[in-house]
Design a protein around this ligand. Structure first.
Ligand SMILES: [Zn+2]
Length: 278
């Protein structure tokens, strides 16, 4: 559930303020708690996190996400991240977010790794907690394992749509997976590419859309023509997306076969494992 990079001197902040896009924290029932910081450092932390929230709020996809999280009975706290490395985290029970803008070096700013992109990723987890739909149980098919689990598959997917959102004026690029911050393979980034990448993508996108119809339909309806929006494709062309699962299964199988063959297993054993994957 990771993230980074400083907001001090961030040219996007005055732009968000100029556009009068400040998020009303009280309205959204958000609290920024600078626990562990004192005086000026605490004020700076609050200011930096506020700037990231304002940026998210200034975008179409960000506003959609914040609006579906908002509830008078679901307070959201954001406090400093104290784990190692440059990362962020969300409590899967309370929905509290551990996040510190600026803990990563600029060199770490890769795909999906700007502070607002990291925070958006965590807020997708918050949304799933808030709606009671967070579900780590579904298994990922072989070609999806780079997402680590179902929830991070969903968070990476939604953050990539946030990156593609035209109203998000400063961003990195499409993130390949939940392992590191590498750019997405051009085949996966192509239209319908996600559904063709692995067998279970369609079923898990379908489950996500059934779990959270208001959020996913809004992402589909408000962002129908951005360069990457598999959720919009799912709603418009479900049969095509489902049919591509078959192609995804063959990609899973060939990926498994390549790994096992490289490990020196006999072909008969490889074939057995491949049959299990399919
Ligand atoms: Zn995550």
């Amino acid at each position: 559930m990771p993230f980074p990079q400083a907001s001090v001197g961030d040219s996007r902040i005055p732009l968000a303020m100029e556009l009068n896009m400040a998020m009303d924290l009280a309205f959204y029932n958000f609290t920024i708690n600078p626990v562990g910081f004192a005086a000026a450092a605490a004020r700076q932390y609050v200011s930096q996190v506020t700037a990231q929230l304002d940026w998210i709020y200034s975008t179409t996809s960000g506003r959609i996400l914040l609006n579906v999280i908002r509830s008078p009975t679901f307070p959201v706290e954001i406090h400093p991240y104290t784990g190692g490395g440059c990362n962020a985290d969300t409590d899967i029970v309370s929905g509290a977010v551990s996040f510190t803008p600026g803990i990563c070096l600029p060199a770490h700013d890769q795909y999906g790794r700007l502070p607002d992109e990291l925070l958006f990723h965590e807020l997708v987890h918050v949304f799933r907690v808030k709606t009671g739909k967070l579900d780590m149980a579904p298994t990922l098919s072989y070609g999806m394992r780079r997402y680590d689990n179902n929830e991070d598959f969903i968070a990476v997917l939604c953050t990539n749509i946030y990156v593609a959102d035209r109203t998000n004026l400063v961003k990195t690029g499409l993130r390949a997976s939940h392992e590191g911050f590498k750019p997405m393979d051009p085949g996966d980034a192509a239209r319908f590419g996600l559904f063709a990448s692995s067998k279970k993508v369609f079923a898990l996108v379908q489950k996500f859309c059934k779990d959270n119809p208001i959020f996913t339909k809004a992402l589909s309806d408000k962002l129908p023509d951005v360069y990457y929006n598999p959720i919009a494709d799912y709603y418009r062309y479900p049969k095509i997306c489902e049919a591509l699962s078959i192609y995804g299964a063959t990609k899973d199988a060939s990926a498994v076969a390549a790994v096992l063959s490289a490990a020196g297993l006999p072909k008969a054993v490889v074939d057995q494992f491949v049959a299990m994957v399919l």
